[in-house]
Design a protein around this ligand. Structure first.
Ligand SMILES: [Zn+2]
Length: 428
């Protein structure tokens, strides 16, 4: 290496160290208060992404992504939850932050979560840890994957008012937090879970791709599941369970193109949805922002998001929708409907739940900092901020863009008032 290049490398290394320091506000200790509290209700806005799991307390947010992290509300700073001195948080057997959590459930001083034994996914257990991630205890075992012939649905679990609601073998259960395994009640089950599946001769579950999304509000549990409807097609249907008597009723189905136009997954499922106060709000990538009244089914187009972008990803809070202008792509970054990647995003647009356009937040500075071609995944939003992950890849051979040799994942946040975009924590 020539001296000039060596100097450049040194300057780059120094700049990199500076940017990491700025990211974590070096020297500012993140305080994790011992006496935190949280609501007993399902936290709706925190459950809109498969990437990690969130739990809100009065002091901040807990977030799992491999390890456990905490974002303090007072300072806005994030930390990995491990108080061990000299721990570099890489050794699974030493680091406190490696709690093996799938779904954070509830808690304040003690955190409860569905997790797994190291190296195994069975049996499913509920654990607790103190909120500094020490003193892990087993709370209870869940009925899980007991139907051996079944094609298991995707695991999912939420907490609401004393109960854990979870799915296993296409069956939706609830059990009290701390309850006996066999006290689990079945909320909903296809007649023949895991085999040829029908329910009352009316609906038939798609055995290849059952996917439940759980939701709760006051004395109602909602769940979205893809079922075969009367016209023979599979589509996402919303069910409502009255938690007073556990009666279940189908209340809404993904609309057809004749009602809302074409979109990325026309007639199958909406791109993102959010239920609050008797309405389902939803976004159609390739279409627009809509709302349906659950009592009447009446559809209202809230915003013509086409003005800003054709495709995108959305998340909601009780106040607004955050819309990222990403597009479906193949592994080479080329536009492809049905592509498993989403890239080319550079802006977040905010719309009120009445459809009013609020503002746009540019991510271009962040992209310039972290690298073009970054993948961005919206996680959740609250009254002040939109949280998202960025994934950047490094390649030894720039001519083989599918063979990434390194990956950097950063937790970031965009402020809805100021539009400021901040890197919170480098997760990987
Ligand atoms: Zn550690």
């Amino acid at each position: 290496m020539k001296p000039a290049k060596r100097l450049l490398a040194a300057v780059l290394a120094a700049l990199l160290a500076l940017s990491l320091a700025a990211c974590q506000k070096d020297g500012e200790k993140v305080n994790i208060p011992a006496n935190q509290t949280s609501t007993d209700d399902f936290q709706k806005n925190l459950h809109q992404s498969d990437k990690g799991s969130f739990l809100e307390t009065d002091a901040g947010y807990y977030f799992t992504y491999g390890s456990l992290y905490f974002i303090a509300k007072d300072t806005g700073t994030a930390t990995i939850v491990c108080a061990k001195p000299d721990c570099d948080h890489t050794d699974d057997s030493i680091c406190n932050a490696h709690i093996h959590a799938d779904y954070l459930l509830t808690g304040g001083e003690i955190l409860y979560y569905v997790g797994y034994v190291n190296g195994s996914t069975q049996p499913k257990l509920v654990y607790s840890v103190k909120n500094d991630a020490t003193d892990r205890q087993t709370v209870q075992e869940l009925k899980y994957n007991e139907t051996s012939t079944s094609r298991s649905s995707k695991d999912t679990a939420i907490y609401h008012r004393g109960y854990i609601y979870y799915v296993s073998d296409d069956i939706l259960y609830r059990v009290k937090l701390g309850g006996e395994k066999d006290s689990a009640e079945i909320i909903w089950s296809p007649e023949n879970a895991g085999a040829t599946q029908s329910y009352g001769g009316m609906v038939q579950f798609n055995p290849n791709a059952i996917r439940y999304t759980l939701w709760a509000e006051e004395d109602t549990l909602y769940f979205m599941a893809n079922v075969q409807t009367n016209d023979g097609t599979y589509k996402d249907v919303l069910f409502r369970c009255d938690l007073n008597d556990l009666s279940v009723k189908q209340i809404w189905a993904t609309p057809g193109a004749d009602e809302v136009g074409e979109w990325e997954t026309t007639g199958v499922c909406v791109s993102q949805w959010y239920v609050t106060d008797g309405y389902i709000y939803f976004y159609l990538s390739g279409g627009d922002m809509w709302r349906a009244e659950l009592a009447t089914g009446e559809l209202t187009r809230l915003a013509d998001t086409h003005e800003k972008m054709k495709y995108g990803s959305a998340i909601f809070s009780d106040e607004y929708m955050a819309l990222l202008n990403d597009m479906p792509t193949d592994s080479y970054g080329n536009f492809a409907i049905g592509g498993i990647f989403r890239t080319n995003a550079d802006t977040i647009y905010l719309y009120g739940l009445d459809g009013s356009f609020i503002k746009e937040i540019s991510l271009k500075k962040l992209l310039a900092d972290l690298g073009e071609g970054l993948e961005i995944d919206l996680l959740m939003c609250d009254s002040t901020d939109v949280y998202f992950l960025t994934t950047g890849y490094t390649y030894d051979d720039p001519n083989s863009p599918t063979l990434a040799t390194g990956r950097t994942i950063t937790l970031c946040r965009a402020n809805v008032e100021t539009g400021d975009v901040l890197k919170l924590y480098k997760l990987q």
